[in-house]
Design a protein around this ligand. Structure first.
Ligand code: SAJ
Length: 402
């Protein structure tokens, strides 16, 4: 099928790369964002987020005219909703951005169009949006295609995974599923697995909840090992020699905008049934608090023993290794918590960003050299080059020294 125009509603961490990749397959793509400065940046061939290879890809497709950005949608054949679905204060999912983007395209829809939600959404959202569309445009019932297709890309490897990962595609009926599969096959080389909309929505929540539960297990082990005087990293390495055991890595907590968020979509809608998923969230959150307490205690003990306050290096602010993304970062939470009681002798390190509007950053080698206490929060590759020196107290929460 030939498409005259594809419209992406949302030009964030997923919308922009997906728009740029599909525009690279000779589709005419309009990217829509409510933020006028994002739109301007993209129309100049630049980007507002950091992702390897994305700047080049966007520059290429903007220059050849296949991608342009605007603050309002225009008549298209395919509409993709790729906006954030955050949660409210009580951990209830907030689908107001999906709703607003849907309302913006409703007047433009015509027979034969395809409407797809990619945003992580509570189960039933696609059907809810279908009802919203048909409540305003009853004549479109059975005449447009509506589907849900979650993204699965890993920040840092987005361009490769967008093309190569398998995808799950669930329509509100079989013809919608078939139309959405036809669309994704224009730029996805991975397998496209058909299902219904509710299962596809649940599949996304399942994937990220599964990872959160597995990380919580590793983090719980790290708490037990700390008390028992056992090296967690060695333990996990040994346990993983079993052919059917594959334990993930403990950390200073779970961050980012996906794994630390999506499980709440299940605990909020299915509170009685999602006990394990809820507990995993608690454990991963508690792990960050525990790390902050450990640092605090080490500082107190140092002062008691030496009569002066220690210099402390807090190594890493990003939510995971080797990226510059601080969203929902447990390391950032720990730094803030430690600095609530002491600001003067703390050196904050994040080698992947040049500066920060709140924290004064110190180069990693300088902070390490000067510090009495070094807390490794994120396993950035630069830190593994540091050589043992002096009589430092080392708190390794991310296994960089393992
Ligand atoms: N982490 C650990 N221990 C581990 C692995 C990760 O503590 O062994 C921590 C990281 O440090 C980080 C957090 O988990 O704080 C999340 O990092 P991640 O690399 O596991 O995942 P994300 O958030 O970057 O991307 C995830 C991916 N989902 C899964 O792997 C199931 C990605 O495929 C999704 O597309 C993405 O969420 C999303 O957008 O939903």
């Amino acid at each position: 099928m030939a498409y005259n125009q594809i419209c992406f509603m949302g030009l964030g961490y997923i919308g922009l790369p997906t728009a740029a990749v599909s525009a690279g397959k000779e589709l005419k793509v309009l990217g829509v964002d409510i933020n006028a400065s994002v739109v301007e940046t993209i129309n100049q061939g630049h980007i507002h987020i950091i992702e390897p290879g994305l700047a080049e890809q966007v520059k290429h497709v903007v220059e050849n005219g296949n991608l342009r950005a605007a603050t309002k949608p225009q008549i298209s054949d395919v509409y993709l909703i790729v906006v954030p679905t955050p949660f409210k204060g009580n951990h209830e999912p907030d689908i107001s951005f999906v709703e607003a983007a849907t309302k913006a395209v409703i007047p433009l829809l015509k027979n034969g169009d395809l409407y797809i939600i990619e945003s992580t959404s509570p189960v039933g959202t696609t059907e809810k949006m279908a009802d919203l569309i048909f409540s305003q445009r009853a004549e479109l019932k059975d005449n447009i295609h509506i589907a849900y297709c979650p993204e699965r890309v890993l920040p840092g490897n987005v361009l490769y995974e967008l093309t190569h990962n398998d995808r799950v595609i669930g329509g509100i009926n079989e013809s919608s599923t078939a139309k959405a599969i036809e669309f994704y096959s224009t730029f996805v080389e991975g397998k496209l697995h058909p299902t219904n909309a509710r299962t596809a929505e649940m599949c996304k929540l399942t994937e990220n909840s599964s990872r959160d539960v597995q990380i919580a297990f590793a983090n719980e082990l790290s708490l037990i090992c700390d008390k028992a005087g056992i090296n967690t990293w060695e333990l996990i390495n040994l346990a993983n020699k079993h052919p059917r055991v594959n334990i993930l890595q403990p950390s200073c907590g779970v961050g980012g905008h996906c794994i630390a968020v999506d499980p709440y979509f299940l605990t909020s809608d299915f509170p009685m049934e999602s006990q394990l998923i809820g507990k995993a969230r608690e454990i991963n959150n508690y792990k960050s608090f525990w790390c902050a307490e450990k640092i605090h205690n080490a500082m107190l003990q140092f002062e008691l023993k030496n009569g002066n306050k220690p210099k402390v290096a807090l190594m890493g602010l990003a939510f995971k290794p080797n990226i510059d993304d601080l969203r929902e970062s447990p390391a950032k939470y720990i730094v803030q918590k430690v600095m609530q009681s002491e600001q003067n002798n703390i050196m904050v390190v994040e080698p992947n960003i040049a500066d920060h509007h709140i924290f004064k950053l110190t180069p990693f080698d300088e902070a390490y050299e000067k510090a009495d206490i070094v807390a490794f929060l994120v396993a950035h590759k630069q830190f593994s080059t540091l050589k043992k020196c002096g009589n430092k107290i080392i708190l390794d929460f991310c296994g960089i020294l393992k």
